[in-house]
Design a protein around this ligand. Structure first.
Ligand code: 8DG
Length: 238
């Protein structure tokens, strides 16, 4: 027997919750929760396979941020890897699943938690950690400024730090397969939203949706978006 074929699952994280999907087939898996995804085609990169499967199954666009560690055996022929991903366009709709749910660290598993596919369970502790980190950042009012160029990101970071705020750089695709120029930079900061908005504006970036709606409230009575959306995203990048 050769190597097991790879199945990839997406832990799509928004705010501090992850999207879980309930299977309908085969009968023994119906009613069990999984991370949406599917089989990687021969010659296909796992991140591309995942983005393709999500478009097919959920009708939305994601971007892989980082792979969780390890792989989990599904059966003699298949093994599962899981990536943390961010929703970049559209809203997930179930096309092949009978239910979708956004679940936080506390609702992942354990009493009252979801009944996951067996192969997914080894990923839950690390996933819980990812969600807890996201929760902490939300509570601290951390904003995420996204910029296309490293120079812009570094400059925004420098200016925020010069003003006494914390500012940390992150690459949008952290541990993906490739590292080409398409992947933007993010600056995570505890600076006030207005200041961050001014800086991203100067550097052709935008403020990410996830963080704004929840984080901005304690900072200032601004006009807040009622639903998740991106604030000032350039239409195309040059
Ligand atoms: N997508 C996905 N599949 C999982 C997970 N956990 C798990 O055991 N599996 C199993 C169920 C299936 O046996 C297999 C993936 O099959 P699939 O039916 O979702 O994949 P696919 O869309 O590429 O299907 P196919 O039509 O090519 O057969 O992996 C999970 O979290 N996500």
């Amino acid at each position: 027997m050769g190597e097991r074929r790879l199945v990839v699952g997406a832990a799509i994280v928004r705010g501090a919750r992850v999207l879980a999907a309930r299977r309908t087939t085969p009968p023994e898996a119906a009613g069990r929760w999984e991370l949406p995804g599917g089989k990687v085609e021969p010659g296909e990169r796992p991140a591309d396979a995942l983005e393709r499967e999500i478009a097919e199954e959920l009708g939305c666009v994601i971007e892989v941020s980082a792979w969780l560690s390890g792989a989990s055996v599904i059966d003699d022929h298949l093994e599962l890897r899981v990536a943390v991903a961010r929703l970049v366009d559209g809203e997930p709709e179930p096309r092949e699943h009978d239910r979708l749910t956004w679940v936080g660290a506390d609702g992942l598993d354990g009493p009252g938690g979801l009944d996951w596919m067996v192969a997914d369970r080894p990923f839950l502790p690390e996933l819980r950690h990812v969600l807890r980190t996201a929760e902490t950042e939300q509570h601290r009012g951390v904003l995420r400024a996204v910029l296309f160029d490293e120079d812009d990101a570094t400059e925004v970071q420098r200016r925020l730090r010069a003003d006494g705020y914390e500012a940390r750089l992150e690459r949008e695709r952290l541990a993906g397969e490739d590292d080409d120029e398409d992947h933007p930079w993010a600056v995570l900061t505890d600076a006030p939203q207005l200041l961050v908005e001014v800086l991203v504006d100067e550097h052709d970036g935008w403020l990410d949706d996830d963080t704004v709606a929840s984080a901005a409230q304690p900072v200032a009575p601004l006009e807040l978006p009622s639903g998740p959306r991106r604030i000032k995203r350039p239409g195309a990048h040059s």
